[in-house]
Design a binder for this molecule. Structure first.
Ligand SMILES: *[C@@H]1O[C@H](CO)[C@@H](O)[C@H](O)[C@H]1NC(C)=O
Ligand SMILES: *[C@@H]1O[C@H](CO)[C@@H](O)[C@H](O)[C@H]1NC(C)=O
Length: 493
């Protein structure tokens, strides 16, 4: 009996410190015992991580979790407004919604596009007259809506139609080149003309009060920002090129596309990643595909690129800096906490956990994508349900690179929550599947979880209780409990 015990101990010891040989293969890893594990970097390439490597104290102290970069992405307001406004109209009334596509001219330089406005407006006005003469209809239910240059187009169209459209709405009518321009939107464009200003500025004050009679019928004026005339046109969108917001420097907010009234989404990468890691783009583009949002990608590569143990030790301070950054952003630029959604992958999940608690648990949603497992079993800095109003964890490589135990209000265990996920060959792939599933869920919200009685049922994918969808970007989402579901092996899963 003694011999057997000694043997067992020996086997455990050698299993614990054995170096796994196949990159990405963690099948011999034993949680809490093994010394080595393969972990993917930001590009999904596995690296051998020594969980007993000494902490790089000099790096930790010199960085102190600061100097992270906050990259802002916003959506293409120009084309994004069409589905947004169309679906809003159709949600409340059965209407004919016509979207005008004048891209051939709209895509030319600003002076050319501006000079083309009267012509586009006249064509649109004539089209409306012909439509109503030919197919019937009543001018008392014709409502024209235009954004930026489009506002002047509907102005011109309304006048071409003799001012008969019963409503004309100008959404932040374009300012540059419109000072004293007789083709600008004015009160003659329709029976009732309303303008909503969100980016007015001194240089463009003609839009507000320069031309007599202009906007005399507006019902309300909202001025959130002074616009930067040089950047007026490219300010409309930057879905691909980030603007950097610097903590404590308010000008970096004013010079960016940040709009306080829009939802705020923050994405945090994992170990050895950066702002350029693939998951950021996948999740950012998913968010921007469904709504106009401020998406901020956190780049903490200086610490994330250190050895894993050092990176783990840096998580609390990176999280605190992020939490303080969000509080500063809210205090400086305005906005409500009920549309703040933090999303973190692997070590990034624990960072958003700390950030949310630093912000007093006010972020309305916090999503942990396969929160990192190694060295997190008993770590009080791990993501937990105090990190936000509603905290959700999605487990795909539980027990290996991810934690398996519940860590949120609701925890999802797709395909059992462990390696091997469908379509994957190893633990790295299973781990990364969490952010792919999330990006897909934001776009189509098609993952239906079923409540489990206990963790065992979750692991065996035997859950059949009430439903709650996994992931998505809906800020009003709430729920609790463990959920299981089955996904496909390839996008969109
Ligand atoms: C728009 O046109 C004005 C006047 O021609 C010019 O000064 C400005 O640089 C142009 N802006 C852009 C973004 O092209
Ligand atoms: C992080 O990834 C890079 C690029 O794949 C690699 O060269 C580097 O060794 C990794 N860092 C650590 C600490 O393993």
């Amino acid at each position: 009996m003694k011999l057997l015990l000694a043997l067992a101990a020996l086997v455990a010891l050698s299993a614990g410190s054995a170096i796994p040989l196949v990159p990405g293969d963690n099948s011999d890893y034993v949680e809490g015992e093994s010394r080595y594990i393969w972990m993917p970097d930001g590009d999904g390439v596995p690296h051998l991580v020594d969980l007993q490597e000494p902490v790089d104290e000099a790096l930790l102290n010199s960085r102190n979790g600061a100097n992270n970069q906050y990259w802002l992405f916003t959506s293409n307001g120009n084309s994004g407004i069409n589905p947004l406004i169309t679906s809003a109209f159709l949600a409340v009334v059965d209407a004919n919604v016509i979207v005008v596509d004048w891209r051939a001219l709209a895509n030319s330089n600003n002076a050319t596009a501006t000079n083309g406005v009267p012509g586009v407006g006249q064509f649109l006005g004539n089209f409306l007259v012909r439509l109503i003469n030919t197919a019937g209809g009543n001018w008392n239910n014709v409502h024209l809506v235009g954004f930026s240059l489009g506002a002047h187009i509907v102005g011109s169209a309304g006048r071409t139609a003799g001012g008969r459209p019963v409503r004309v709405t100008g959404l932040d009518p374009a300012c540059p080149l419109w000072s004293g321009n007789g083709n600008a939107l004015n009160a003659n464009a329709g029976v009732y003309v309303e303008c909503i200003h969100t980016d007015g500025e001194t240089v463009c004050s003609v839009c507000l009060r320069g031309t007599p009679g202009l906007f005399k019928d507006y019902s309300f004026v909202i001025i959130l920002y002074r616009c930067d005339i040089k950047h007026f046109y490219n300010k409309l969108s930057n879905p691909n090129n980030p603007q950097v917001i610097v903590n404590g420097n308010a000008n970096t907010i004013w010079n960016s596309n940040y709009v306080a009234s829009r939802p705020l989404k923050i994405i945090v990468h994992g170990w050895n990643g950066s702002g350029n890691s693939g998951l950021n783009n996948a999740i950012t583009s998913a968010f921007l595909a469904v709504q106009d949002a401020n998406v901020i990608v956190v780049d903490w590569r200086a610490l994330a690129g250190s050895n894993y143990v050092t990176a783990v030790n840096g998580v609390p301070s990176v999280g605190q800096f992020l939490g303080n950054f969000i509080v500063w952003l809210r205090n400086t630029a305005g906005g409500v906490w009920t549309n703040v959604h933090l999303v973190g992958f692997s070590l990034g999940a624990h960072i958003v956990g700390v950030a949310g608690r630093t912000a007093g648990g006010r972020p309305v949603r916090v999503t942990g994508l396969d929160p990192a497992g190694p060295l997190w079993q008993t770590n009080s800095n791990a993501i937990n349900r105090n990190s936000g109003v509603y905290v959700e964890c999605i487990h795909t490589d539980g027990g290996l690179l991810g934690i398996f135990n519940p860590c949120g209000d609701a925890d999802f265990y797709p395909n059992g929550g462990r390696n091997v996920q469908p379509g994957c060959g190893d633990s790295s792939c299973s781990h990364e599947r969490a952010h792919d599933l999330f990006a897909s869920s934001v776009r189509t919200n098609h993952f239906v979880g079923r409540l489990c009685g206990n963790l065992n049922q979750a692991q065996n994918n035997q859950c059949s209780g009430s439903t709650l969808n996994m992931g998505n970007g809906i800020v009003t989402k709430r729920g609790s409990g463990l959920y299981g579901l089955t996904t496909g092996g390839w996008w969109p899963y």
